[in-house]
Design a protein around this ligand. Structure first.
Ligand code: SF4
Ligand code: ZN
Ligand code: ZN
Length: 313
């Protein structure tokens, strides 16, 4: 039985974070997570009181916890949900949306929720467009990433938000970092960062305020705070390489607590010291269909997805 006491009071500890040698009760843990998030926002200059923040919500624990934390910190962020039309056995997209709407009601957040339905807006769900185009025949994940990046940036720009915040935790960041390192993808390594500035026209700033928090901590935060989130993973995530990388790092973490965080923070330090200098920036032009910046000549990759619907190859 866990008889460990909270570092700050006499209550029984709800969580023991071995990598920090820190055990905390529910109340102090919730405050600790909020304070860690506040510090990341400040340290990496993600946003300030004058920014308009939009949270990318999926219905999962990380994005809903992030939204909850931001409001607790006094940041009245709005949310955006992309309804990809993924069914699976459980009606995945519908359930995700219900969790988000339930969250807003439960916590009485006076926040706006923007919903972009792929079927309503573009006439096809993600699985449909992925099946039709060569890009996503095996797995729709790369098409999904393209759609989410495009639509969230578009909506944020259209509605005058200055920052798009996502719920990536350190486990997510380490899985991406490991994939990029394994293949020595220097350009991706140079771009991986807690914050991506909006340094070119047409882009909104991207921020990951949970980037130093573990997935386990976010699950505990959601549970303790009473956030009801979608427990099921997306049906297309089965067999994803990122899940395999996460398992490997969890195994290393068991042997040596703090491995994940150290790998990530040492990477950020190395980058700051010039180990991965940014490559030459490609020229961007506005897409002739949607106006968003693109390296492609004429039409961006997102608009080409729908062009193929009219002119099938
Ligand atoms: Fe999109 Fe699902 Fe793939 Fe994640 S697992 S990228 S939500 S299709
Ligand atoms: Zn306590
Ligand atoms: Zn376009």
């Amino acid at each position: 039985m866990n008889r460990m006491r909270c570092r700050h009071c006499t209550e029984q500890a709800a969580i023991n974070m071995r990598q920090h040698k820190l055990a905390l009760c529910e109340t102090h843990f919730v405050k600790w997570v909020q304070e860690q998030t506040r510090r990341s926002i400040e340290k990496y200059r993600m946003f300030g009181p004058d920014d308009r923040v939009l949270v990318a919500v999926s219905g999962g624990k990380d994005s809903l916890a992030l939204w909850h934390i931001l409001w607790s910190l006094g940041c009245q962020a709005d949310g955006v949900y992309i309804d990809l039309g993924i069914d699976g056995d459980i009606g995945y997209s519908d359930q995700s949306r219900q969790c988000i709407e339930g969250f807003l009601q439960a916590f009485r957040l006076d926040a706006k929720l923007h919903i972009i339905g792929m079927r309503d807006t573009y006439g096809e769900s993600l699985p449909e467009v992925a099946r039709r185009t060569r890009r996503g025949r095996a797995k729709p994940c790369s098409t999904c990433g393209l759609i989410k990046r495009h639509e969230m940036n578009r909506l944020a720009c259209e509605f005058g938000y200055t920052v798009l915040a996502t719920g990536h935790n350190v486990d997510d960041e380490v899985a991406v970092l490991w994939g990029n390192t394994l293949h020595w993808q220097a350009d991706y390594l140079a771009r991986q960062s807690p914050v991506l500035p909006a340094d070119r026209p047409g882009f909104v700033r991207k921020a990951k305020p949970l980037c130093r928090l573990y997935e386990r901590e976010m699950a505990a935060y959601a549970l303790i705070s009473g956030i009801d989130y979608i427990y099921d993973e997306c049906p297309f995530s089965a067999g994803a390489t990122s899940l395999y990388y996460k398992e490997i790092f969890n195994e290393m973490e068991r042997h040596s607590p703090g491995t994940k965080l150290k790998f990530y923070l040492d990477f950020l330090r190395a980058k700051k010291n010039g180990l991965f200098p940014p490559g030459q920036e490609e020229e961007l032009e506005p897409c002739r269909e949607c106006g968003q910046p693109t390296i492609a000549n004429g039409m961006c990759a997102f608009c080409r997805l729908w062009e193929k619907r009219i002119l099938p190859d």
